[in-house]
Design a protein around this ligand. Structure first.
Ligand SMILES: [Fe+2]
Length: 170
């Protein structure tokens, strides 16, 4: 997935010029709040995330229903990773502090993680592949709404700026 992430990252500057290809969601059913812009490229879903800080006890520990890879563009975060089958949150053996330029992939259906931005919102790019047949913890009944057009434009502008920094070794 990290190779695919590099390919998508190289295509992103062009994709960010096309506001019409991006859909959005404000994912606010559980901390941390995540503002997501997303689009589809072949089999891959490409998501741009602005993740907001939250208390450490609150960050949602979760598995993913698909393989994924993430590039952090700025405002790093604390991440716990663990491994566990089924729906019971596994014990977390430790945590990492990740910053701009950090990349990771999660390629096993039983990998879990949580992320928690520390002081400021964190911007990252995530790709995700075809769904696995994994049982997933139920999320609460909470319909998610799209972001406003104004906020979408702001986020696209922010990602353009951050991507230039990463592509130029910043
Ligand atoms: Fe996640």
């Amino acid at each position: 997935m990290l190779d695919k992430l590099a390919e998508i990252t190289a295509q992103l500057p062009g994709m960010l010029e096309q506001a019409e290809i991006w859909k959005s969601l404000n994912i606010d059913y559980h901390p941390p709040v995540v503002e997501r812009l997303y689009t589809q490229v072949g089999d891959l879903r490409v998501s741009l995330h602005c993740i907001h800080p939250c208390q450490s006890s609150e960050a949602l520990f979760h598995p993913h229903p698909w393989p994924s890879a993430v590039l952090i563009l700025n405002g790093g975060y604390e991440m716990g990773m663990a491994y566990g089958k089924g729906l019971v949150v596994p014990p977390c053996p430790g945590k990492l502090i990740l910053g701009a330029g950090s990349r990771y992939e999660m390629t096993d259906p039983d990998g879990w993680h949580y992320v928690r931005p520390l002081a400021e919102p964190s911007y990252s790019v995530m790709i995700s592949g075809k769904p696995w047949d994994r049982e997933m913890p139920a999320s609460p009944e909470h319909p998610l709404k799209p972001l406003s057009d104004e906020r979408i434009a702001e986020l696209l502008a922010q990602f353009k700026k951050l991507l230039k920094g990463i592509n130029h070794g910043g």
